[in-house]
Design a protein around this ligand. Sequence first.
Ligand SMILES: Nc1ncnc2c1ncn2[C@@H]1O[C@H](COP(=O)(O)OP(=O)(O)OP(=O)(O)O)[C@@H](O)[C@H]1O
Ligand SMILES: [Mg+2]
Length: 459
Amino acid sequence: MSLRVLIIDDEKPFADMLDTMLRGAGYETGVRYRGEDGLQAMAEARWDLVLCDIKMPRMNGLDLLDAMAERGLSSTVIIMSAFGTIDLAIEALRRGAYDYISKPFKRDEVVLVLRKAEEREQLRARVAELEEQVNRLEHIEGGERPLLGESEPMRELKRLLVKVAAFPTTVLLTGESGTGKELVARAIHRASPRADKPFVAVNCGAIPETLLESELFGHVRGAFTDAHADKPGLFVEAHTGTLLLDEVGELPPSLQVGLLRVLQEGEVRPVGSARSRKVDVRVIAATHRNLGEDVAEGRFREDLYYRLNVLPVHAAPLRERASDIPLLAEHILGRIAARMGFERSTLDPAATKLLLGYSWPGNVRELENVLERAMVLSDGSVIRPEDLPAYLRTSGDPVQAVVASGELSIKKAQAFIERELIKRALAETGGNRTQAARLLELSHRALLYKLKDYDLRDI
Ligand SMILES: Nc1ncnc2c1ncn2[C@@H]1O[C@H](COP(=O)(O)OP(=O)(O)OP(=O)(O)O)[C@@H](O)[C@H]1O
Ligand SMILES: [Mg+2]
């Protein structure tokens, strides 16, 4: 994109010559012969740089700078001063001009001044973007339900969310149950320009198929027996805001078609209505399923999958970010205490160690449940190992622990057991990774890879 330069000078032949010169140098230009007209042009369009003569009848360069400040117009201004007006040029710098150039000047001189100003413009834009990002991160990490975690996967997730929040693009949120998908969706909304608009969440798996269509798209009165009045539907409720379609993988085929149409056309047609209504909704779809697999097996429409999967965001399981457990536990204990009117409990070091070593197939939600139970069971305000469920203490038998956790996914159960065996091998060899790899019948490389995967590097 070429830079837009506005030239303001009452001396028409000079202004026109400068205009030709700058267009020749590749700038996009505009010319005004009066200060007032220049100000008007700035109010109407974005100009990156303004080259402004200082001596003009009525509104001169200084007046123009004052008027700009008053109206919050922040273009970078370069003052052009003729012989004998250097004092005025200095006054202009004081009033917010970025630089000045003395008339007459050669093409190379003005281009050089513009290049310098251009660099400053770029820096300014970069600083503004970074400030925006910090601001968005504060929204993600703050509020009533902050997204917590300092582990590498969490940092990476938050870095991604800071970018994702800025645009209304569709997001596909994946992650095991209890990893915080809903929390992530809310954080995206909070950090987005739609923050003060509605956030609407619907669980596609929890509503019967017959009701879901009218729930999502609305219906008109009389559309079916129970339709006693018009109902706008969740897309309309979320208009200008964000709609979380939770468990989108559970959407029945007929509604998959309907959703695809809404996403493509940006309008919804209520059940029983002949007319469509435009909606501006940012859609976040979430699932704990592997939708790619569902597509391959014909359970989920491929076209809808691609339409949803514009920005994939993944919430890592807790066992891959075990270092977040102490921070999460502390926050959760505080919240439970506030809710139950208890004194806030703390974890003793042995209990913390058990939490760190466990594989959490139910992720943060399971951690919440375990801590709530422990708080109730503990005498006094310290949680000890005996207050934790047996399957956490007897991680001696990982198979039993998997069974006790109620996990059904073979993949997750396998990961859980692998993790336990690796911990055991490390314990037996006093942390010697080469020996541990031998016991596990793994290559050294494969073990290092798994240590990273299971966030066991510090154990
Ligand atoms: N990073 C986190 N920081 C703070 N709390 C978290 C974090 N991740 C999850 N939680 C908490 O864990 C619980 C489960 O999170 P959430 O409901 O968002 O999970 P989910 O991925 O939507 O699970 P499901 O697929 O079962 O619906 C919530 O109470 C949430 O506040
Ligand atoms: Mg959820």
